[in-house]
Design a protein around this ligand. Structure first.
Ligand SMILES: *Cc1c(COP(=O)(O)O)cnc(C)c1O
Length: 463
C-alpha cells in the first residue's frame, strides 16, 4: 500500500512516512492509492470479534508495509487499554432502530481519543525504532488538543505545540490541555478563531525550510493515520447491527470532515452503508457544499458545539480526490479557486457521486438545545451538544426507518456542561480521573495571529 497526495506532485510515501509527514509537500493530503476490500464473509466474521481484533483486521492492510501483524496487534492493545469501557465504543439504543455509538470513553472524553491514543503509540514505536524526534504543531477547536497532548505527554520522541482559539473553547476543554505540566507540552492561545489557527499550522507545513528545521509532524486529521483508526468503529458498530446482510446508516457531527470521511472509507472497503449524514451546526460549509456543490467560506460563528465551529474542512479535499476519480489536476484547480476567490464549484458528475452516499443538513442552536431536552426526557441520556446536532440531523434526514440509524456520540456531556444543565436540570459529572480538573494549575501563553511570532516562539521553546 502506498500513499499518494491529493495534489499529485509530492512523492509517494509508505505508511511510516505518511504517519510522520502529515501534510504533503505540495500542500495536499495523503490518501491510500486504493482502499483495501473486504468480502461479505470477512465482514460477517467480525461479528464474533472484539474491538481490538476488528481494529487489527481493518488497520493491518494500511500499515503492513511498515509494521508486522504482531507489532500492530501490540500497539492496538496498548492504545485501547486506556479506554474506560470494556467494549471501547458501546452502542446504546435511543429509539426505534436508533442508536448512539459512544466514542467518548477514552482519557479526554471525546472521539478524538480513538485515533490519537493509537497515534501516540505509533509515533513512539516508529520514532524509537529509528532513533528520531519530531515536533508536533497542531490546531484545535477544542477536543483534538487535549487528546493529542494526552497521547504524547511525557514522551521523549516528541515535542508538542498546541494552538487553540483564545476564549473559544470550553473551560473543560482548555483545562484538559493547560493543566498538563509535562516539559514537552506547550499550549498557545491564539488571538483569532479556529480557522486562523488551522491556517497558521498549514502555513508552517508549507514553509518547507522551517518544516525540515524542526521535523514538523501533524496530529490534526490531515494525518492519514487518524482517519484510518476511525474507520474501525464503523465496522464494529455496523456488524453488531447486522451488516453485511443489513445496511446501516450514520449521522456524524461534522467539522473538519475527518470522522465522516472515515465512514466513506469504510463503505469503499465493502461495508454496506445506506446514508452518511453530515450533521453541521450553523457553520454549515459542508452541508451547503454537499447540497449545492458550492464550497464557499463564510465567517465562523461561535456556537454551543465549538468543536464544529469550522469553515474550512480540511478532509473534504480527500473526498474531492475520490469523487473526481483521482484527478489531481482537478483537485489543484479547485484549491486554487478557493484560495483566489474564497470558493469552488464541484462539477455535476462528482457531486452526484458524493450525493449518492452523503446527505447533509444544518442544525440550529435552538434545535440543538431542544434535542438535548428531548433525548433526556425520552431516554434519560445526557447528550452533549455535538451529539445532539447529530441526533437532530438523523431525525431530519432519515429515509428508511427499517435501516438502523447510528448517531456518533462524539463527546461526553461533561465537556460541555452548561447547555446540558440548562436543558435537563442535570449537571453532567466528570469521570473520577478528572474530578479535580478545576483545582489544577494552568500553564499557557497567548500569542497574536502572526506566523513569524509563532515561529520564533517554537524555536525558543524547543529543548
Ligand atoms: C472534532 C469533533 C467533531 C468534528 O469531527 P470532524 O472529524 O472534525 O468532522 C465533532 N464533535 C466533537 C465532539 C469533536 O471533538
Amino acid at each position: 500500500m502506498k500513499y499518494i497526495s491529493t495534489r499529485g506532485s509530492a512523492p509517494d510515501l509508505t505508511f511510516e512516512q505518511v504517519l510522520l509527514a502529515g501534510l504533503a509537500r505540495d500542500g495536499g493530503l495523503y490518501v491510500p492509492s486504493e482502499f483495501p476490500k473486504f468480502t461479505a464473509e470477512e465482514i460477517s466474521s467480525m461479528r464474533r470479534m472484539s474491538y481490538n481484533e476488528i481494529a487489527v483486521k481493518v488497520i493491518y492492510p494500511f500499515v503492513k508495509d511498515s509494521l508486522s501483524l504482531e507489532e500492530i496487534t501490540n500497539l492496538v492493545e496498548l492504545a485501547y487499554s486506556s479506554f474506560r469501557h470494556e467494549e471501547k465504543v458501546p452502542l446504546k439504543k435511543i429509539g426505534d432502530n436508533e442508536w448512539l455509538l459512544e466514542l467518548f470513553h477514552g482519557p479526554t472524553l471525546a472521539f478524538k481519543d480513538v485515533a490519537l491514543q493509537l497515534l501516540g503509540h505509533l509515533f513512539n514505536h516508529v520514532l524509537s525504532k529509528n532513533n528520531k524526534k519530531i515536533t508536533i504543531v497542531g490546531a484545535t477547536s477544542g477536543d483534538t488538543g487535549s487528546a493529542a497532548i494526552d497521547c504524547v505527554k511525557g514522551r521523549d520522541c516528541a515535542e508538542i505545540f498546541m494552538l487553540h482559539p483564545k476564549g473559544r473553547v470550553s473551560d473543560v476543554q482548555r483545562r484538559q490541555m493547560t493543566t498538563i505540566m509535562s516539559k514537552n507540552v506547550h499550549n498557545i492561545a491564539i488571538e483569532g478563531d479556529f480557522d486562523d489557527c488551522q491556517a497558521m499550522v498549514k502555513d508552517l507545513f508549507n514553509d518547507l525550510e522551517f518544516r525540515d528545521e524542526i521535523t514538523l509532524s501533524a496530529v490534526n486529521s490531515i494525518n492519514w493515520a487518524r482517519v484510518m483508526a476511525q474507520i474501525v468503529y464503523y465496522f464494529t458498530s455496523a456488524t453488531a447491527l447486522g451488516a453485511p446482510e443489513k445496511m446501516v446508516s450514520y449521522s456524524v457531527p461534522t467539522g473538519n470532515f475527518g470522522d465522516i470521511y472515515a465512514g466513506y472509507a469504510a463503505q469503499q472497503m465493502g461495508l454496506p452503508l445506506s446514508q452518511l449524514i453530515a450533521a453541521t451546526n450553523v457553520n454549515d460549509i459542508i452541508s451547503r457544499a454537499l447540497n449545492t456543490g458550492e464550497y464557499k467560506k463564510g465567517a465562523v460563528s461561535p456556537t454551543i458545539s465549538p468543536s464544529m465551529d469550522i469553515q474550512v474542512s480540511s478532509n473534504f479535499e480527500r473526498l474531492l480526490f475520490n469523487i473526481y476519480d483521482g484527478d489531481t489536476d482537478a483537485v489543484c484547480q479547485l484549491m486554487e479557486d478557493l484560495k483566489d476567490g474564497g470558493l469552488f464549484k464541484i462539477a455535476p458528475q462528482p457531486l452526484k457521486k458524493a450525493q449518492s452516499i452523503f446527505d447533509a443538513v444544518q442544525v440550529t442552536e435552538e434545535e440543538t438545545l431542544a434535542t438535548i431536552k428531548r433525548i433526556y426526557k425520552e431516554t434519560s441520556e445526557l447528550a452533549d451538544p455535538h451529539t445532539a446536532v447529530g441526533i437532530c440531523a438523523a431525525d431530519k434526514m432519515r429515509r428508511d426507518k427499517n435501516i438502523p440509524m447510528v448517531t456518533l456520540a462524539t463527546a461526553h456531556a461533561a465537556k460541555f456542561p452548561d447547555p446540558v444543565k440548562q436543558q435537563t436540570g442535570q449537571h453532567p459529572e466528570l469521570p473520577d480521573h478528572m474530578a479535580d480538573l478545576f483545582e489544577r494549575e494552568e500553564k499557557y501563553d497567548i500569542l497574536p495571529h502572526d506566523l513569524d511570532i509563532l515561529k520564533k516562539y517554537i524555536r525558543d521553546h524547543l529543548s
